[in-house]
Design a binder for this molecule. Structure first.
Ligand code: FE
Length: 331
């Protein structure tokens, strides 16, 4: 893995030195191996070479701002609408008018001002231990606040943007006070300290430390490759109400890009049928394009009703979500 990064960075330095109009650079917090095969196809189809600069989303945003007009970034690509919203707030993106993007990506999965676009869907839902519970025991995120779940719930920290976005969706749906009551119920039901990541929360459910958690489904898909975790069961939350909380990975064209036309072409390509089949399934996520295939390993989970709140609200309500978590002591 390390070797890959070294080769990659050399490649990047060389390619940046002579970047031509037929090259693009993506600053991304996504793992390069999720993107490289599609970018190679894009190169074969268009002759446009794409360089990747990977890193932490916050640092990459800082870098784009600091580099200003000198920045090599043509596209900023990251995960979570909360982060994409921040990029808009920092004036990083330029607006794109594209019938292709509007056609391929449902309106609730893109910025209302067309500055960024969702490229895959990430569902965050309930996972329980089949050693302790069955499907009929569950209904919604809100129900996990009921005292019957006391000592049974495991959660990832509220500091992770995924949970801030989930809380933001509840603030939008029910208002601040009711959302606060729900999250406060979750905190009261915690079996143990919050976890630093979804995988550890899942392992705690599997081992019986708790009985239920809320995670992004691709983490479950990865763990289920190991039969040791066979007792983990997915439950699609809120199917008789507003639907499962859905977030995105996505991207936008950087304001200072000198190759906006090609950058737009690449985003359009990533939203197309041929790229969507691979882009979403590489990380066991869901495609934004309706017609695209989903990964075989997650087909058994079937289809689900999703919350169609515009994902930009997950960003605009982020500050309130942070405040709410502090108020109820959700660490
Ligand atoms: Fe993740």
């Amino acid at each position: 893995m390390k070797k890959f990064y070294i080769i990659f960075s050399l490649f990047f330095l060389v390619s940046c030195a002579n970047q031509s109009n037929d090259e693009l650079t993506i600053y991304t917090s996504r793992q390069p191996q999720l993107l490289e095969p599609i970018l190679e196809n894009f190169y074969q189809d268009t002759g446009i070479k794409v360089n990747l600069l990977s890193g932490n989303a916050q640092e990459l945003m800082e870098r784009i701002v600091a580099e200003g007009k000198q920045s090599k970034a043509d596209i900023f690509m990251t995960v979570d609408a909360g982060v994409l919203w921040q990029a808009t707030d920092r004036n990083i993106f330029s607006k794109i008018n594209s019938f292709i993007l509007e056609d391929n990506i449902p309106s609730y999965l893109r910025d209302p001002d067309s500055q960024w676009f969702g490229l895959s869907k990430r569902a965050r839902t309930i996972v329980y231990s089949s050693d302790q519970f069955s499907e009929g025991d569950f209904s919604s995120y809100e129900d996990l606040a009921h005292p019957k779940w006391r000592g049974k719930l495991c959660l990832r920290t509220s500091k992770k943007v995924y949970n801030r976005s989930l809380m933001a969706s509840m603030i939008d749906a029910y208002g601040y006070d009711q959302a606060k009551e729900i999250v406060s119920g979750w905190v009261a039901n915690l079996a143990t300290e919050v976890f630093s990541n979804d995988t550890n929360a899942l392992k705690a459910v599997s081992s019986g430390q708790c009985g239920v958690t809320i995670v992004n489904t691709y983490y479950l898909a990865r763990l289920l490759d190991d039969p040791k975790y066979d007792n983990l069961q997915l439950f699609w939350a809120n199917q008789s109400g507003r639907g499962v909380h859905v977030n995105i990975s996505g991207a936008g064209v950087v304001k200072t890009s000198k190759n906006k036309e090609n950058a737009q072409k690449l985003l359009e390509y990533l939203s197309s049928d041929s790229a969507q089949d691979f882009y979403a399934s590489a990380n066991k996520e869901y495609p934004v394009l309706k017609e695209a295939d989903i990964a075989n390993s997650i087909k058994d989970w079937g289809s689900f009703i999703e919350d169609d709140i515009n994902v930009s609200k997950l960003g605009s309500l982020q500050k309130e979500a942070v405040f709410l978590a502090q108020e109820v002591g959700y660490k």
